[in-house]
Design a protein around this ligand. Sequence first.
Ligand code: TRP
Length: 328
Amino acid sequence: MRKKRFFSGIQPTGEIHIGNYLGAIKNWLNLLESGEYEGIISIVDYHAITMPYEKKEMQDRIRKCAATLMACGVNPDNSLLFVQSQVPQHTELSWILTCSSNMGELERMTQYKDKSKGSESIGVGLFSYPILQTADIVLYKAPFVPVGEDQIQHLELAREIVRRFNKRFGKVFPEPKPILGEAKRIMGLDGGSKMSKSLGNSISLTDSGKPLWKKLASAKTDEKRKLRTDPGVPEDCNVYNSYHLYFSSSEDHNKIQEGCTSASMGCVDCKKILLANMEKSLGPIAERYQELMETPQQIDDFLQKSAIKCREIAEETMQEVRQKMGLR
Ligand code: TRP
């Protein structure tokens, strides 16, 4: 049976956090493990340069991102994993789709509004970011896009752009459908905003031991629970909602419900249970990550071979696009 194709992208932040993992990567892995899907996964460096960055850090960020994904289970048997800027057709198609997009629909994007808030000079790259994202997906004619909740709006726009293009030039692209994972918005350690590396409230996928404990120890819990003797409400606690729910067993959930609401268990004890559970599920990923980083040849090989294959697929699509548009 022919496998269904999905496309997804991830920014090379250098440190993939558990918000990325629970919101998107786990979703990819579930699809890959089902045996029904093949993945085309891009480390989107062209998206990353829409914000200020240190040029000397970029290659390291890309390699760490690739190593983390490979440590999670993305491999040459189930996926192509490549760096976006190594497939120039992404920017070519992005320009073409720019000419099928309009300002109003881009101005409505929440991510754009959030990221440009307060700045007096807004980059055009930040503005047209969702068009490049659309190009990423449709270059491979991928019908499915596993993403976190925050990307749903971009996917809706992608479908709109695709419909417009197909109507004008004839059907080339399928309308990409999002596949949402189970995890809702994963909040940061501060409990007040979405987990994000730039906000400094994130837990890295490869954190363990002391550094992990330091972060968990600082995490906000139920604010109404001021004293150890006050009973708490797990549903009002970010540590419970964002982390225990995903890393702890239902047995532990029951234990915490009971202990927290009766004040027989303190927040520190509750966080210790979380630490043990997180180390159990993330420990093997951290170990494989270390091994991969010590033998980077494996990583670079995978990225390069994938890029060759992706350029082939992408060029085939582009020939069809240029021809349909009367460009060749
Ligand atoms: N914008 C996505 C994010 O910030 C990353 C991304 C780029 C992407 N291109 C994509 C996701 C294509 C899905 C499909 O998470």
